[in-house]
Design a binder for this molecule. Sequence first.
Ligand SMILES: [Zn+2]
Length: 57
Amino acid sequence: MNKFICNVCQYTFEGETPPEKCPSCGNSCSFVDATCYTPDCGNGKNINTVIYKNPKQ
Ligand SMILES: [Zn+2]
């Protein structure tokens, strides 16, 4: 499972691919892939907190 964060409302979506429309705010927003792939933060199980705090960067 990958984790994606809406760049408008920061809703977190879990799935293989991000949805076209955000289920939370209803915008066609860009979902940022925020999956943390490195072992030190959970190896795909956790949100990458650096991206989560700065979803627009
Ligand atoms: Zn949203």
